[in-house]
Design a protein around this ligand. Sequence first.
Ligand code: ATP
Ligand code: MG
Length: 159
Amino acid sequence: MIQQTLVLVKPDGVARGIVGEIIKRFEQRGLKIVGLKLVKIDEDFSKKHYAAHIDKNFYKGLEEFIVSGPVVAMVVEGVDAIENVRKLTGATESKSALLGTIRGDYSHISYSHADERGISVKNIVHASGDAADAEKEVALWFSVDEIHSYKRAGDEHLL
Ligand code: ATP
Ligand code: MG
């Protein structure tokens, strides 16, 4: 099934100048970028995006992190895009993320390191967790006219 999913390059990824490296991995796998922008969100928007986590003990650090600088927001499209993107992203805890995944290749800290300091695990990317989240998150971050349908060279080999 062709799906759309929301991906963010979080403030750490933007500040480290690895946006291109990250986008490359989605393009390389044949997934299509159908929406793309640089956005600086505020605390209210963070509470909408991370509504499911507001009551968790790591939320304060997560909010401080996600509003600390601009993020690159994108809508990524492809066959089973939600699962495919999560696989490219890797496990939430950077320390546990497998090498070859974005989090595994570009970050390394543990939950315990983050929790001791009251900071978020700075794990480079966000990716929607399931179909319901993807639908909500794409609609939160992008208007309909910011999402584009187009044919990419090579689609005939990929789809
Ligand atoms: P994301 O939603 O950002 O794609 P995820 O779905 O892999 O990540 P979630 O459980 O939704 O993981 O957590 C959201 C984010 O909160 C994580 O990506 C991480 O930055 C941070 N986080 C989660 N758990 C912790 C924790 N125990 N300590 C510190 N930060 C955490
Ligand atoms: Mg999540």
